[in-house]
Write a protein that binds this ligand. Sequence first.
Ligand code: MN3
Length: 204
Amino acid sequence: MAFTLPPLPYGYDALEPTIDAQTMTLHHSKHHQAYVDKLNEGVGEDPSLEGKSLEEILAGISKASKKVRNNGGGHWNHSFFWQIMGPGGGAPSGRLQEAINSAFGSFDVLKAKFNEAGVGQFGSGWVWLIAGPDGRLQVTSTPNQDNPLMDDAPVKGTPILGNDVWEHAYYLKYNNRRPEYLGAWWNVVNWAKVAEHYERVAAR
Ligand code: MN3
């Protein structure tokens, strides 16, 4: 079964003014579509990947081609990214809020650490809030389209929240001002979805 582009769970203009409709349109319909297409190409070139889920592919990515790594990561990361955003914003609550307070002291400290990691990721990449094997939350970043699910990631864990710091995610509106994008981005986090990711890990 070929991988396919998942529809956005909201309109291209739903995250305005934080993320403009043109950026969302290009990011989803062009960039993400290209990762999907090239992933299918890469999987077609490697019979050992036939029938594997994307998560299974990422768990063995150290044995895969560069094409599968970059585009498999790109497909997973963007599919995750669309889901953990939405109009509204707000703040974490309940057990997720408790876990954030326990790991970082407060939501504000988490935001500061996350933004700092995003600014500090040289070139293109992603910044993540992950749950480690013990369920504890931590902030990490990855280059290119790598992610913490890859078997050779230096810091492994289950993503709870993640932000795309490739220039294509913010350049049209924020130009080179990555810190401004990172600061504004919290306005479009879908905390209900983030809490779902956390609850799934906490239940293990
Ligand atoms: Mn992107």
